[in-house]
Design a protein around this ligand. Structure first.
Ligand code: PGA
Length: 247
């Protein structure tokens, strides 16, 4: 498995308890032990599961991401979780700017830029999520919106590992997936931006997210600039998640 292998990431959101998470990882590990997979596997469980799952995943190749973090390093921020704490718990990656954070919790680009900086300074890998709404797509502004999010959220980012996830808001949790052609066009646009912005732009994986499932995974993963998938609903059961990993 190389750094350029495709990445299949499961975003559990606010689902699965500790015992369900343990069971999931045990099953996934049993699948991984049987077959050889060329893709890299990552799980983003809730904070409360991270430390325990890190122990269970050690040596299995399964990487762990946190779903969110505080932009501050430490201090009087009741209810927040710092990047140092996430690293300590065993996370190697952190989701930044998932559309649910942007839309439900009102996270704007300046906050996301600060979060991304905190993740990068701690030596963890930010997974920056971007995507347009249905209205913006209908207005023909999808690419413009996505590029403006990238510009704003990455304004202070100069070096280090980074992953970008393109997640059209209208495709998340709706069962409506972007067509491989639409996703592919957007990924090409994102790649162009990354190549212009960073000398290492070619190495930044671009994941697709939004109702990815066993039925559509193979076709999406066959697109030249789709370097992996960020899976929500279909990552909650090890059987379906495994079908995607091996699609
Ligand atoms: P979904 O979620 O696969 O359930 O659409 C994807 C995501 O929000 O990351």
């Amino acid at each position: 498995m190389t750094r350029s292998s495709q990445i299949i990431a499961g975003n559990w959101k606010m689902n699965l308890t500790l015992s369900q998470g343990r069971e999931f990882v045990a099953t996934l590990k049993s699948y991984l032990e049987k077959g050889s997979v060329s893709r890299r596997v990552l799980l983003a469980p809730n904070f409360t599961l991270l430390a325990e799952l890190a122990g269970l995943c050690a040596g299995s190749g399964i990487m762990l991401a946190a779903q969110n973090c505080a932009p501050q390093e430490s201090g009087a921020f009741t209810g927040e979780t710092s990047v140092a704490m996430l690293k300590d718990a065993g996370a190697s990656h952190v989701l930044v700017g998932h559309s649910e954070r942007r839309q439900i919790f009102g996270e704007d680009d300046s906050l996301l830029c600060a979060k991304l900086g905190a993740v990068a300074r701690a030596g963890l890998v930010p997974i920056l999520c971007v995507g347009e709404t249905l209205e913006q797509r209908r207005e023909g502004r999808a690419l413009e919106i996505v590029i403006s999010q990238l510009q704003a959220d990455l304004v202070e980012f100069t070096e280090g590992e980074l992953i970008v996830a393109y997640e059209p808001v209208w495709a998340i949790g709706t069962g409506q997936t972007a067509t491989p052609a639409d996703a592919s066009d957007m990924h090409a646009g994102i790649r162009e931006f990354l190549l212009e912005r960073f000398a290492f732009g070619r190495e930044i994986p671009i994941l697709y997210g939004g109702s990815a499932k066993p039925d559509n995974a193979a076709e999406l993963l066959a697109q030249p600039e789709i370097n992996g998938l960020l899976v929500g609903g279909a990552s909650l059961r090890p059987e379906t998640f495994w079908q995607i990993i091996t699609a």
